[in-house]
Design a protein around this ligand. Structure first.
Ligand code: NAG
Ligand code: NAG
Ligand code: NAG
Ligand code: NAG
Ligand code: NAG
Ligand code: NAG
Ligand code: NAG
Ligand code: NAG
Length: 448
């Protein structure tokens, strides 16, 4: 009753900005991103109680440019704008995003259709995302206090919920089931899916960077009774725990009491699993189990990591811009110029490892980082050779270099010539006349 009264009283204020805060909506309803109010995130459902100034909300979120938007769920806070109206905006704690790889523009529309499907259409009408809940008796949509967005039927049964579709975060009460994964965002300022993901298997967590495994956490190591992991969860009291079947077939929660009182779990863009408390203070969950040097991008581009410390190879120095921004990446001291062969030389590095070459799943796309591992010695050349063998030289071409990308086939052809000339068995190396023929296009490289 109070809630209704508040909404009615507040309507005149909100109409200016065309923002109305309800915790629920009925089929059919639609919302359009309004360019005039795009200075603010446009909250469409908020579970903030009448007098609360903080709560979970669902709406159109704009990360930085206020021109591209995501349908998102996150913590929102109320404030008063210059005209004295109360406006809700997302805080930086976005918990969930629909289709992270495809922001929409102004005038894009979210529709809860008569058939019960919730669809997001871009400005041009193109379907960007949907819940696929048509003909499933959806009667309405509600924003729960937990941060779960629920589509329910006429009997209040859940038909679809955002909690079943985790992105890179888990909220208290939200489960990550065995078989599901969290995919990290590209960066702090870009929610698009990046190259890191962590999967829950029936035994534990396994994390990958660009398909290369960089850590695994085997839960039976902590709780020997565990037979099959079913899910992990940050429980409602903030304790991280594992739901698993024991050998006796009992389903139990195995809590990690060390991780208590947290309000969200995030798989961050550097591949770390972090827990955040009420004050947004974070703790690295795996600090005691995973070495800093095991994180593939911990020393940035071309960086070397050893005992948790970063350094740069000869001819490279720490990039000053990154230094000022608090992260590490290396930059060439004198950028190589193609016209001057004297500026090129091949360096051989002993005891340097690019992830786990022996695992046979190497993908050196951008030389993101090296890992020091005394027992193994590895150079770039064997990777190059392996890629050639697998006919995947394209993996080694810089993805951010437009020129290279535009001339992929020529680049790969040149790489083949290089490999031909670099074979350790010199009797297999081509004569200069053959190389010339290949470059003229009159002969193909024949790699053995
Ligand atoms: C949904 O129901 C309508 C009417 O019964 C039917 O015409 C339509 O084909 C159904 N759609 C799907 C996807 O089942
Ligand atoms: C509907 O279900 C939710 C739990 O999903 C519950 O919190 C709520 O009270 C229910 N509402 C009604 C009207 O039964
Ligand atoms: C986020 O990254 C993707 C992929 O690199 C890029 O296409 C997109 O433009 C970026 N978005 C923003 C807002 O920077
Ligand atoms: C948190 O809840 C779990 C069950 O959900 C329980 O096992 C654990 O003891 C609780 N922890 C605290 C600190 O209350
Ligand atoms: C968690 O929070 C509760 C209530 O705020 C408090 O009593 C308890 O001591 C906290 N536990 C830890 C481990 O900080
Ligand atoms: C970084 O700045 C120092 C001086 O502050 C300079 O000597 C050095 O060359 C710079 N490094 C790079 C990579 O620009
Ligand atoms: C790396 O490879 C070694 C040897 O094959 C293996 O024992 C180790 O588990 C691998 N480590 C990872 C993180 O894949
Ligand atoms: C080098 O290649 C030649 C020709 O293919 C072959 O006959 C010879 O055995 C190879 N030598 C070694 C050491 O593999």
């Amino acid at each position: 009753m109070l809630l209704q009264l508040f909404i009615i009283l507040s309507l005149p204020h909100f109409q200016n900005a065309q923002i109305v805060y309800f915790p629920a909506a009925k089929v059919p309803t639609s919302w359009t991103i309004n360019p005039r109010t795009s200075a603010y995130d446009q909250i469409i459902l908020s579970n903030g109680k009448t007098n609360a100034n903080y709560g979970f909300a669902c709406g159109f979120y704009s990360q930085n440019d206020k021109r591209s938007f995501y349908l998102a769920i996150g913590s929102a806070a109320a404030s008063i704008d210059s005209s004295g109206n109360q406006v809700w905006t997302f805080t930086d704690n976005i918990a969930w995003v629909a289709n992270r790889n495809r922001p929409v523009g102004e005038k894009a529309e979210l529709q809860l259709l008569p058939d019960g499907n919730l669809v997001l259409k871009d400005t041009d009408g193109i379907l960007v995302w949907s819940t696929d809940t048509n003909n499933k008796s959806v009667a309405g949509m509600k924003m729960m206090e937990t941060g779960n967005l629920v589509l329910h039927d006429g009997f209040n049964n859940t038909v679809w919920q955002s909690f079943d579709h985790p992105t890179d975060k888990l909220l208290p009460g939200q489960k990550l089931l065995a078989g599901q994964k969290l995919v990290a965002s590209i960066s702090k300022t870009n929610v698009s899916e990046g190259d890191f993901y962590v999967s829950l298997t029936s035994k534990g967590l396994v994390a990958f960077y660009d398909e290369i495994m960089y850590f695994s956490l085997y839960f039976p190591d902590f709780f020997p009774e565990i037979q099959t992991v079913e899910s992990i969860e940050l429980t409602v009291n903030g304790t991280f725990g594992v739901y698993a079947l024991t050998r006796e077939g009992l389903k139990l929660l195995f809590p990690f009491p060390r991780f208590s009182n947290y309000t969200r779990m995030k798989y961050d863009s550097k591949g770390h699993l972090r827990l955040y408390d009420h004050n947004s203070k974070s703790a690295d969950m795996l600090r005691d189990y995973v070495n800093e040097c095991d994180y593939p991008t911990s020393c940035g581009n071309y960086g070397l990591c050893s005992n948790g410390r970063c350094s740069c190879p000869a001819g490279f120095a720490q990039d000053n811009v990154s230094k000022a921004q608090g992260y590490f990446t290396c930059k060439e001291i004198n950028p190589t110029a193609c016209g001057n062969p004297l500026s090129h030389s091949l360096l051989s590095y002993e005891n340097v490892n690019y992830f786990n070459y022996s695992a046979g799943i190497v993908k050196v796309t951008d030389m993101a980082s090296y890992r020091s591992q005394p027992e193994e010695c590895m150079h770039l050349l064997p990777i190059f050779m392996q890629k050639a063998k697998q006919d995947q030289l394209i993996d080694m071409v810089d993805r951010s270099n437009e020129d290279m990308q535009l001339h992929k086939s020529e680049v790969v052809e040149m790489m083949k010539v290089a490999i031909w000339c670099l074979q350790s068995n010199y009797t297999r190396r081509p004569s200069m006349s053959k190389v010339v023929k290949v470059l003229e296009g009159n002969m193909d490289v024949k790699l053995i």
